[in-house]
Design a binder for this molecule. Sequence first.
Ligand code: FE2
Ligand code: FE2
Length: 196
Amino acid sequence: MGSSYEHIRKIVAETVRKACFSEENQYESSVWKFHILSVVKFSLILGEKLKADLEILELAALLHDYGAVLDENFAKEHHIHGARLAGELLEKLGYPEEKIKKVQACIYAHRGSIKIERKTVEEKIIASADAMAHITEFVDMMFLTFGLRGEQTVEGAVWLKSKLARSWDKIMPEGRVIIKDEYKVVSKFLDSAIAK
Ligand SMILES: [Fe+2]
Ligand SMILES: [Fe+2]
């Protein structure tokens, strides 16, 4: 990672952070600390392990939900809008076209709810890291479930358990190893609430 990359990374991170804290953001600003930065962290851990391109991973992780954060009309198709917006931003910053395409492919393929084939190791890592963050940032997921969605205890636990189970299914074996203990613990709490 050269110094010009450092400059680009800084601007990209600042752009996404600003969007997270903007009034326009339909989600809570906690998405920056508890989701985006967590996805960056897991992307880089998996990237080192699997000898993937860390630059591509870092930029894609920072930008993967940018579309949804920036404009709520983009939320449903935020993998498409996010890839487009990332392309515009990175091009403006003079990032090489070949690499932009790789970042865009990661963003496009990160959606768990949509069946998109993930071809490169970087695409697989971003989708895994996205799902890993849902499980490890359990407290923020509780805020989403019981705070923002206003769920009651058992209904919320059922909803959250199925959401986290879908996330777990999305994670590559190398990612599961890293967070298996957390998944066990949160599942235990949710199961205990559901069984009451
Ligand atoms: Fe997303
Ligand atoms: Fe995400």
